[in-house]
Design a protein around this ligand. Structure first.
Ligand code: CTP
Ligand code: ZN
Length: 155
């Protein structure tokens, strides 16, 4: 049978972030500071069929390996993602992402009255108070945030 599907190519070296909830790939790129100035090849699949169930997003970044801090940030918006380290076309390591216990400068506080939203440049910081579902608490105003509130406020 002729294969009419266009698949995202396998990569030789780099990182594959798989099982991202459908629609969140662009947020993952934002977390990793991947923008129009990127110097390595990045392939993105949005709303692709998942072997496991339904749909997922997938991001493949060539010639870049992620720091554990970056992987932890991804956990905030994609708690079931897997990060695969690829060397010479083989998956040499596979991690399930784990949320960090504290975060700084990734999410903006959703309380407009919070000092982090005033004119002073105060970096927003949160405690991660629960991981399933992710719930975070502002260190400054104690506002608790979860779900869509976190996603919308990613800086
Ligand atoms: N992959 C890739 N390039 C490679 C090797 C793997 O892009 N050289 C991708 C695969 O397409 C897959 C992911 O990396 O999306 C993980 O690969 P693998 O562990 O081989 O796939 P699965 O067993 O399906 O992974 P999982 O059980 O995590 O779904
Ligand atoms: Zn706050």
């Amino acid at each position: 049978m002729q294969d009419k599907e266009l698949k995202i190519e396998k990569i030789r070296n780099g990182t594959v972030i798989d099982h991202i909830p459908s629609g969140r790939a662009l947020k993952v790129l934002k977390i990793l500071n991947i923008d129009e100035n990127v110097k390595t090849t990045v392939s993105i699949g949005i709303h692709v069929t998942s072997k496991k169930s339904g749909f997922k997003d997938i991001v493949k970044i060539e010639d870049r390996y992620l720091a554990s801090k970056e992987i932890a940030k991804i956990a905030l918006i994609a708690p079931n993602a897997t990060v695969n380290k690829i060397k010479d076309y083989e998956v040499v390591e596979k991690y399930n992402v784990v949320p960090p216990s504290e975060i700084a400068g990734i999410v903006k506080c959703s309380n407009p009255a919070c000092v982090t939203n005033a004119n002073e440049p105060v970096v927003p910081e949160f405690y991660v108070i629960s991981t399933e579902p992710i719930r975070i608490k502002c260190k400054y105003c104690e506002r608790e945030m979860e779900g869509g509130d976190i996603i919308q406020n990613i800086i």
